[in-house]
Design a protein around this ligand. Structure first.
Ligand code: F3S
Length: 391
């Protein structure tokens, strides 16, 4: 491939991977089972990104393994209803088409592990969405570094990735033990905890002991991982007696530092502004699961929303939950697929303050979308959607 025998597209992919492998001292390439490619929203990619992709596609690049896209800047079916401009939507569709021409599935979700592609324990992957990387490594015991969009695309085209970092046993052990000594009652609590630990450990690997929560579910893991990836750059964590590697063997380095968390209010304080008027409510970061949609539908029953309200989810989940979606939309809220509150061109829509129960969205909205944020439990966000106020 490097010599160009498989065409210019594959050659370019292999050049990128070899350069990466050299930088990180990889001894070999490892075959991957799938790739998940970020760099999909036209808001982030712009004309230069679009030209780069079209050029690569025109050089004959085609993927060799199953490959999926991260969220784009629009809901492909309802963008005009949501107020997105035609100019943006056309550019966004052009960008998705460039990916599709290389054989990448236009799944446009950050939770492919809920529907499209559930990696097995030990699978090597090249995924780039930070929350999906965290989930694949931590909840499923698969192995992926936190790829950039171009390196994930290169790996999809070449079918391999350089073997370094989290692909290797010796780099997957934790060096920080986190004792969570308070009960977490809501997904937002896991976001607040994720903020505190992400800031503390940076790109480290924390090992959690949940002393008061006996039952941790997949939604809690996805929220915790997403927020740690945003507040720091955590790509792998373990939960004692729960995540697959921690169940199989000792994943804690000797002499690890100890962190005790007695309450998570510091996380709430750090991610909250003092705004009272709410004009935008966004739930579903990472994209909402079926269970989350059902909970939201129950809370919105017989209510009408005042603030613009987006519940973001994967298109496959939206289809599978058609009846629940209908219930939610009776309130005036939108169940939005293919995109999210951070990668959509929210600036075009003129919102000022977003309420959310998602730690990652709360971390990114001020810098990526120019929004003030109110961050709190789902029930409070639903109340804000209905009243337009944060009380
Ligand atoms: Fe997914 Fe967007 Fe959040 S990509 S993790 S919903 S910022």
């Amino acid at each position: 491939m490097l010599d160009g025998k498989d065409g210019a597209g594959a050659q370019k992919a292999m050049e990128i991977l070899v350069a990466l492998g050299d930088i990180y001292g990889a001894e070999k390439m490892v075959p991957i089972k799938s790739a998940q490619v970020s760099g999909v929203s036209y808001k982030n990619m712009g004309e230069a990104g679009l030209a780069f992709l079209k050029d690569w596609a025109e050089s004959g690049a085609r993927v060799r393994v199953p490959a999926m896209l991260n969220p784009a800047g629009i809901d492909i079916e309802t963008w005009s209803l949501l107020g997105i401009s035609k100019g943006f939507a056309e550019k966004q569709i052009e960008l998705i088409e460039a990916y599709k021409s290389m054989g990448i599935a236009s799944t446009c979700t950050c939770t492919p592990y809920l529907t499209e592609n559930v990696p097995d324990f030990g699978d090597h992957l090249a995924w780039s969405e930070s929350s999906a990387v965290s989930y694949a490594n931590s909840a499923l015991g698969a192995r992926t570094n936190r790829e950039g969009g171009p390196s994930a695309l290169a790996a999809a085209i070449a079918g391999v990735t350089p073997s370094y970092g989290l692909h290797l046993d010796e780099n997957r052990k934790a060096r920080s033990v986190v004792d969570v000594d308070c009960e977490l009652l809501d997904l937002a609590d896991y976001g607040a905890l994720g903020y505190i630990i992400g800031k503390k450990v940076g790109n480290g690997i924390p090992y959690f002991h949940f002393r008061k929560n006996k039952k941790i579910d997949a939604d809690a893991i996805k929220t915790l991982g997403a927020t740690m990836a945003a507040a720091g750059s955590v790509a792998l964590f373990h939960v004692h007696d729960y995540t697959p590697e921690a169940v199989r063997r000792n994943m804690l380095e000797k002499g690890s530092e100890r962190i005790t968390v007695k309450d998570v209010s510091e996380g709430y304080e750090a991610m909250n502004s003092k705004a009272v008027d709410i004009d935008f409510v966004a739930i579903g970061c990472p994209h909402a699961s079926l269970q989350e949609l059902e909970e939201i539908a129950t809370m919105l029953k017989r209510k009408k929303v005042k603030a613009e309200t987006w519940i973001t989810t994967a298109r496959k989940i939206k289809k599978a939950a058609a009846r629940t979606v209908k219930e939610i939309e009776k309130s005036g809220a939108h169940v939005v697929a293919d995109t999210c509150m951070i990668v959509a061109p929210i600036e075009e829509l003129g919102f000022k303050t977003m309420a959310t129960n998602a730690g990652k969205a709360a971390c990114y909205a001020p810098s990526h979308c120019g929004l003030s944020v109110r961050f709190g439990p789902l029930e409070k966000c639903i109340e804000a959607a209905v009243t337009g106020k944060w009380n």
